[in-house]
Design a protein around this ligand. Structure first.
Ligand code: PLP
Length: 462
């Protein structure tokens, strides 16, 4: 019941919202309406508008969680009013954040275990910004202490990095040194990374795994090349691992792969709680190897919330519900539960990529054996249509499978990518395959056509 409800002659009778006045009047879109409307009417208007969105469960483009179990949803609803920054007022939410950081620092083998510094963020983009800033600050401090120039910092990474790293470079005026892709090398490797480093390099970004195709960059190999560079008198360059997706996958299904703080050169790691961390958007995490890796002058201490609160984040206010949900997932699933979820995603991804390879029109670039994510292109001898046509035709059935071109030096290669997430079952994969086979058969039968196929079949083609 609204607190200040006033009954007047204009008050609406509660009827089916479809039949009341607001529904027949135009709802203002770009100015706040002079008067409000009933909650049920507002709900209907907004919901009706959102019907035009794609179906999140059919969205194979996103890495971000689209399904959580009812108990987790209930917990999040109970925490919607918690502001993560109010740590003195919500000390237990702050405690859950601290425990999540500890869980991740142990999962990623930080030498200091539970003492490794870290925090939650709004997502990996913010985590990457913070990781990049720490590298920049440490590089500057070292250079200043030695009386050296600090005006030309650069960051070395593959051209396949996610856009947040290009943003980091632009916002903080760091030169991005992007190592291009080459045929047969779709991400950064050690030799190419080391070749780009000089005394102005603040760090190298290694990705677990690449947004472009789901492949893991060889963190240990990149570090070994940097070890060699340092041993031969070159610069001593630290690595930040952007494990936006892999941070919650590799520990569970590729435990033998050494990519985390076991690699001595790795200074910091970020991951998205809202990707394979299995929480709804937006929560991310960043952990540093030890307190020496996080410059103290990046941490602000505020006293106006009560207490003396250290904060190192770009945002001040941010939702606490996702952090509670992350902790819920850790408890609910445990190591074995996470392993099962990620293994199931990988099994479905590999089944799907194997079946797509059999269709005949496609060539796999990756198969889902690293992240449960794979990319494929149209075979060179198929010329009547391209991946954009296939993507558009799948969209007509509701499937959202993105098509895009690779970055330099492979801008002529266009691919489709499928991200298999929790909730995308083998049964759903089977439905997607049926549709994909059917659309490819239609495109094979009507190559070089921009006329809708339904019209062609009905005899309306010119
Ligand atoms: C490798 C990588 N880094 C960073 C990001 C940005 O993550 P977020 O969307 O959590 O900000 C992504 C998102 O896809 C990613 O794949």
């Amino acid at each position: 019941m609204p607190l200040h409800k006033r009954i007047d002659e204009d008050a609406e009778i509660e009827v089916n919202p479809m039949c009341i006045r607001e529904m027949s009047a135009e709802v203002p879109r770009f100015r706040i309406p002079p008067r409000g409307m009933l909650p049920s009417t507002a709900l209907q208007v907004v919901r009706d508008e959102l019907i035009l969105d794609g179906n999140a469960r059919l969205n194979l483009a996103t890495f971000v969680t689209t399904w959580m179990e009812p108990e987790a949803e209930r917990l999040m609803a109970e925490c919607f009013d918690k502001n993560m920054i109010d740590k003195d007022e919500y000390p237990q939410t702050a405690e859950l954040e601290r425990r999540c950081v500890n869980i991740l620092s142990n999962l990623w083998h930080a030498p200091d275990g539970s003492d490794a510094p870290g925090c939650s963020t709004t997502g990996s983009s913010e985590g990457c910004m913070l990781g990049g800033m720490a590298l920049l600050w440490r590089w500057r401090a070292r250079r200043r202490a030695a009386g050296l120039d600090v005006s030309k910092p650069n960051l070395v990474m593959g051209a396949n990095v996610q856009v947040c790293w290009k943003k980091f470079c632009r916002y903080w005026q760091v030169e991005p040194r992007l190592v291009p892709m080459e045929p047969g090398r779709l991400h950064l490797r050690g030799a190419e990374a080391a070749a780009q480093c000089d005394e102005n390099t603040i760090g190298v970004v290694a990705i677990m795994g690449s947004t472009m195709d789901g492949s893991y960059e060889p963190v240990a190999g990149i570090s070994a090349a940097l070890d060699q560079l340092a041993a031969s008198g070159g610069p001593d360059v630290q690595v930040h691992v952007d494990a936006a997706s892999g941070g919650f996958v590799a520990p569970f299904i590729q435990p033998g792969l050494v990519w985390d703080f076991r690699v001595p050169r790795v200074a910091s790691i970020n991951a998205s709680g809202h990707k394979y961390g299995l929480v709804y958007p937006g929560v991310g995490w960043i952990v540093w190897r030890d307190s020496g890796s996080l410059p103290e002058d990046l941490v602000f201490r505020v006293n106006y919330l009560g207490g003396d609160m250290p904060t190192f984040a770009l945002n001040f206010s941010r939702p606490g519900a996702q952090v509670a949900a992350q902790y819920y997932n850790f408890l609910r699933l445990g190591f074995e539960g996470y392993r099962k979820v990620q293994q199931t995603c990988q099994d479905v991804a590999m089944y799907l990529s194997g079946e797509i390879a059999k269709i005949g029109a496609f060539e796999l670039l990756t198969d889902g054996s690293e992240l449960p994510v794979f990319a494929y292109k149209i075979r060179d001898d198929v010329t009547g249509y391209n991946v954009f046509d296939v993507s558009e035709r799948l969209r007509m059935r509701g499937w959202q499978v993105p098509a895009y071109t690779f970055p330099e030096n492979l801008t002529g290669t266009a691919v489709m990518r499928i991200v298999v997430r929790n909730g995308f079952s083998k049964d759903m994969a089977g439905m997607l395959l049926d549709d994909l086979r059917q659309q490819v058969a239609l495109l094979d039968a009507h190559p070089h056509s921009h006329v809708p196929l339904a019209a062609q079949r009905a005899g309306f083609a010119h």
